[in-house]
Design a protein around this ligand. Structure first.
Ligand code: GCU
Length: 680
């Protein structure tokens, strides 16, 4: 108790609620299939019902007064109900839940066992939310086919950009002995419909290269755990594996010996894991090996792996995070923001049909504020998935609260104009925009072995919300937020209002006291935590703000800058190109302007910087008081965890405020219009 370990899957007793009697009437399960995933659904439902009702459900002999779980083809009653009611096409992973008033039963049906599992978790959510079962009829199907989590776990036990302890998968270059934690993680993921996981970091070192050879038996054990929860397992592979672990002298994708090596290695994997998902690849990116070494392109590289996976139904997920990470800061022509599009767009149509390109939501790197990547939706003949980052690398590292769902909603609703108006990112991601057979969304996980999974308890909402949103991007931020709050903390009016307020204001607050107006990267090099305005200014990573005594920002226009704006289509291109229409919050991403430039808000850039930083730090401090007021509404342990983080955030926000304000006061020599104190 008080640890947060159950996350949103706790099932406290409802003995004193008015719904107890209604729910109790269904405490019997009617199941006829012994499929593994259906049995998972049964055990999840039993666990939930027992927690809430105090007694485990019994086995029902008749469908009356029972919860009926099963597939349309495997459970006769479910099949009958489906035919009688002609529920709209539910697809392979969708489900229906139908309350049968006559028989007093609840039928959860799907075409496949995974659909039954998702329907079961949905029913559990309905029960936990305290909804009435009367007239409960619904049909759901996922918008996205691939709903994936990427672990950035290394086998030494560290987690790249992990802020919640060490890996639950590995320790000291071996697999963890106790995989109970992995099973509990699978439960959390499946409960929000995640159906694929990559179990190791995209930066694959020597030891992880052996996941597809020497460590296969252990990988197979993990695959079995995830299989029971309908989650497919993938691994990140090292493009130079043929050299690194294969004893060859080259990894050239067009070399027959290299191609054969990958075919043999892949066949070996499928011998042990027949339903293996495939590979995730980071190539020619941040010093990782790739096809460029051999003067080949990314289609050559990915197609080689796709060919090896194809006979087994596997797929290659190939990342587009490819840019020159050895840039000279004096070179103002090269623009990292352009890189993914420039590298990949010309290759449209050259990828095999089991290759998917994985594209980060922004053109640079998961900053607090970036425009949407122009590559998304821009390759009609190529499968794409959108990559998000749940782990809060640049968004406060789970020491600051930063609720990501509003940002993701904005991204998904963004109109690319790729096929005229209405060509939103959500349609590009789902594949519906261009009719791509493989598509979806992936995100970098935010969990580790901290007891509460995510370090900051409120960061659990990001993992929860991610899953809900990728199943159904139409869900509103409010709906997702309210669900998470009730499932995690229970029903309580004040608690609901306050936590909602904290979450919904959190990203704006963080944005206020960190890098201004979309400029990004004013962070401590390497750790990416805390302010360092010039930390990356003379480095080779291509992340500059160009602040001088007169102004700040990156000129990415076609007229006078790097021409990045030309990668956008339709009205977006002109909107970003022109100072008149460029939105304030992205101004410095697209333009270099004087500090005295007047924003749409009516303020000058410099005054905006001062105001945002003073106000942001104040608002961060106010979060501590808001939370303090919730003492007594939840278990003391939970309350304390968040108090500690919010206090740290409030202190750290002051550091951000002062560093940024002082920096720009020193550079510009322009005083704060409101005469607040700025250190010199
Ligand atoms: C960021 C992050 C790296 C990561 C990289 C990637 O640059 O800081 O740690 O490896 O993204 O997505 O590959």
């Amino acid at each position: 108790p008080g640890t947060g370990y159950q996350a949103w899957l706790g099932y406290p007793s409802i003995a004193s609620d008015k719904s107890i009697n209604e729910y109790m009437a269904y405490n019997r399960l009617h199941v006829t299939e012994d499929d593994e995933v259906i049995q998972t659904a049964v055990s999840e439902l039993s666990r939930g019902l027992e927690g809430m009702l105090g007694v485990p459900p019994t086995q029902a002999v008749q469908v009356e007064n029972a919860i009926v779980l099963g597939t349309i083809g495997g459970h006769p009653h479910v099949g009958l109900v489906f035919v009688e009611h002609q529920f709209e096409d539910i697809g392979p992973e969708g489900y229906f839940i139908w309350h049968d008033n006559e028989n007093q039963s609840i039928v959860v049906g799907a075409a496949t066992p995974s659909g039954v599992l998702y329907g079961t978790f949905h029913l559990l959510r309905v029960l936990r939310m305290g909804a009435s079962l009367e007239n409960l009829t619904l049909v759901e199907r996922p918008a996205n086919k691939l709903r994936m989590i990427n672990q950035w776990d290394n086998m030494d036990g560290s987690v790249e950009r992990g802020y919640a302890g060490t890996s639950i998968f590995y320790k000291d270059s071996r697999f963890s002995e106790d995989l109970g934690r992995v099973r509990d993680y699978a439960r959390l993921l499946a409960s929000v419909s995640v159906n694929a996981i990559v179990i190791n970091n995209v930066n694959v070192h020597k030891v992880e290269s052996k996941l597809i050879t020497e460590f296969l038996p252990q990988v197979a054990r993990l695959a079995a755990i995830f299989r029971a929860y309908a989650i497919k397992l993938f691994v990140s592979v090292n493009f130079a594996s043929p050299i690194e672990i294969g004893g060859l002298s080259t990894a050239d994708p067009l070399d027959p010996a290299v191609r054969q090596w990958w075919k043999d290695a892949t066949a070996g994997i499928y011998q042990q894991i027949p339903d293996f998902g495939g590979f995730l690849v980071k190539a020619d990116s941040e010093h990782r090996p790739g096809p460029f070494t051999y003067n080949r392109d990314h289609a050559d590289g990915s197609n080689m792996l796709a060919e090896a996976l194809k006979p087994f139904g596997g797929i290659v997920i190939w990342r587009c995070f490819v840019y020159n990470c050895k840039q000279d800061w004096r070179d103002r022509k090269t623009d990292r923001a352009r890189a993914a599009y420039d590298h990949f767009k010309p290759l449209d149509g050259k990828f095999m049909d089991n290759v998917i390109l994985q594209i980060k939501n922004g053109p640079i790197d998961f900053q607090v504020r970036e425009p949407v990547s122009p590559l998304l939706g821009a390759m009609p003949s190529t499968n794409q998935v959108l990559e998000l980052q749940i782990t809060q690398e640049y968004t406060g590292q789970q020491r600051h609260v930063f609720y990501l769902i509003p940002q993701w909603k904005e991204i998904l609703e963004f109109d690319t104009y790729a096929k005229g108006e209405g060509s939103t990112i959500k349609l590009a991601a789902s594949g519906a925009l261009h009719g791509n057979p493989l598509a979806g969304i992936a995100a970098v996980s935010n969990i580790g072995d901290d007891l509460n999974w995510t370090g900051h308890l409120l960061a659990q909402a990001n993992l929860y919300g991610y899953g809900r949103l990728i199943w159904n991007p139409e869900l509103t931020v409010d709906e997702i937020t309210e669900e998470w709050i009730v499932l995690t903390f229970g029903h309580h009016e004040k608690l609901m209002a306050t936590i909602k307020q904290i979450l919904l204001s959190s990203s704006t607050i963080y944005e206020s006291y960190t890098a201004p107006l979309g400029v990004g990267f004013m962070v401590t090099p390497h750790t990416h935590y805390g302010p360092d305005v010039d930390g990356y200014e003379y480095a080779m990573w291509g992340t500059y703000h160009y602040a001088d005594w007169q102004g700040i920002g990156v000129d990415r226009t076609q007229a006078t800058g790097t021409g990045y704006t030309s990668q956008y289509l339709g009205p977006n291109c002109e909107r970003y190109e022109s100072l008149v229409t460029c939105p304030d919050d992205l101004l410095l991403f697209f333009h270099h302007v004087p500090y005295t430039h007047i924003l749409h808000s009516g303020k000058t850039v410099i005054q905006h910087i001062y105001d945002a930083h003073f106000e942001g730090a104040e608002q961060a401090a106010a979060l501590v008081d808001l939370w303090a007021d919730l003492s007594g509404t939840m278990e003391a342990g939970l309350h304390k965890q968040v108090t500690e983080r919010l206090m740290e955030q409030a202190e750290h926000a002051k550091e951000w405020r002062d560093r940024i304000n002082t920096y720009f006061y020193r550079k510009s020599g322009i005083a704060d219009g409101l005469h607040r104190f700025i250190h010199l």
